[in-house]
Structures are given as C-alpha cells and as structure tokens.
Design a protein around this ligand. Structure first.
Ligand code: NI
Length: 231
C-alpha cells in the first residue's frame, strides 16, 4: 500500500497553469515567512519567504488551485475535505530551511470565516526538482521518515500532526503552495481504514465485477463514513 499516511497526487496543475503561477509569483510581493508564523517560537525554526496574503496574485492562484482540487477525485475521495484554507505560497533560496515542527492545530482565518482545524497539511510543488538542490520535505510518522521532492504540479498531503521539516535549499529556488485541510474524518487512523476499504472495493470491482459482496462493502463504507464524519 506504499506510504499509508501520505497521499501523493500527481498533476494537480497542468503545465500551463504551473507556468501561469510562476509568472504571477515572480511579480508578487514577498514577505519574510516569520511574519506569518503562528507562535513566536516559530521564528527560530522558520526561515523562508512568503507571498503576502493580501497580494491579489495569491488570491487568484489560490482560486485556481482550489478549483483544480475540487475536480480531483483522488483528493476528494482520500482527504474527504470539509474546509480548505486559502492556499499560501513560499520560497526557499540561499540555504533557507524550515526546521522540525508540527503545524498549528487550529488556524484563525479572516473574518467572517471561522477557525479551521488542520487535520491535513498539503504542499503543492511549483518548481521542477532539477532546478534546485536540497529543499526536501521530510515527514516523520509512525511508519518512519519520508523524504519528499516531487515534480512541479504534484502535491503531497500528510497529517498536520506529524513532525516535519524542509531541508536547506543550497542551489536555485524552491517555490511551493501550501495549505491546510479540515477533513470530514478527523482521525488519521479512521481515514486510513476508509482508504484501505475503498481500495479493497476497487480491487474487487476489477476481479469479480457484479459480485453482490461489492455492494455490501460499499454499504459498509457509506455507513462508516456516516458514523465517523463531522461536518
Ligand atoms: Ni509545517
């Protein structure tokens, strides 16, 4: 089953959308990433730059990303999103890094929006891996340590509760979008079980199409979702 807690989604953005993002990002207003750190403690570990949240480019690119995600069946089925915060954008260059941390559990949003519980963190890579050295997103979970560096347009979704860091970027620049997701399924373990059940159903639909057991399992899936979800 690969890395159970991590969800790799390929080609969230098409090449022309990535190019458009990069054009807007290069013209955007950048601020010190420490300014948006949630706690003073973070100023010691966070060492990068972010597009100003009030820059209209951030809103425009964010809208494009959220539209792409809402049409991505893998993301919708696996993350089971209820709320997604407006996507943010960061850049690491010249040795910048983000030391080991856990993401804030509750994110304050601009009024009139209510706070969002960050069940899942997402990083959408906007730079080709060949264009920079370092910059791996390293995620530690119960299954070990995962070093992530994906093609431009690909996204990794992981439990916001996990310890993670970004390695120093020693050549070029690493540009990404990042954001948090409140899932209908708060528990990582329950979300993982639903994923495994869905995967078993998919296997059966190919192996024994029309078998009545498939409909029964689909009913179990729906009923677990009803039992465990919060909206
Ligand atoms: Ni983080």
């Amino acid at each position: 089953m690969g890395m159970p807690m991590l969800l790799h989604i390929r080609d969230v953005l098409k090449p022309d959308q990535i190019a458009e993002c990069r054009r807007m990002i290069d013209r955007a207003e950048w601020v010190d990433g420490r300014r948006t750190a949630n706690f003073a403690e973070f100023s010691d570990v966070k060492n990068n730059q972010e597009v100003s949240q009030t820059d209209p480019a951030a809103l425009q690119m964010g809208t494009m990303i959220l539209a792409a995600l809402s049409n991505n069946p893998l993301f919708v089925q696996r993350a089971l999103p209820i709320k997604i915060c407006p996507p943010l954008f960061n850049r690491y260059t010249g040795g910048e890094n983000y030391a080991t941390h856990t993401d804030s559990g509750l994110l304050q949003q601009r009024p009139p929006n209510l706070p969002l519980r960050s069940d899942l963190s997402a990083t959408l890579f906007l730079t080709a891996p060949a264009d920079y050295d370092g910059g791996e997103l390293v995620i530690e979970d119960n299954f070990g340590r995962h070093s992530i560096k994906l093609p431009a347009g690909d996204m990794i979704v992981y439990p916001a509760s996990s310890l993670h860091h970004v390695e120093p970027v020693t050549r070029g620049a690493r540009v990404s979008s990042f954001f948090w997701i409140q899932s209908a399924i708060r528990s990582d373990a329950q979300r993982m079980l639903l994923t495994e059940l869905q995967s078993s159903i998919d296997h059966m639909r190919h192996a024994v199409p029309g078998n009545p057991g498939i409909m029964e399992l689909m009913g179990v899936y729906s009923n677990l979702l009803r039992l465990w979800s919060e909206t």
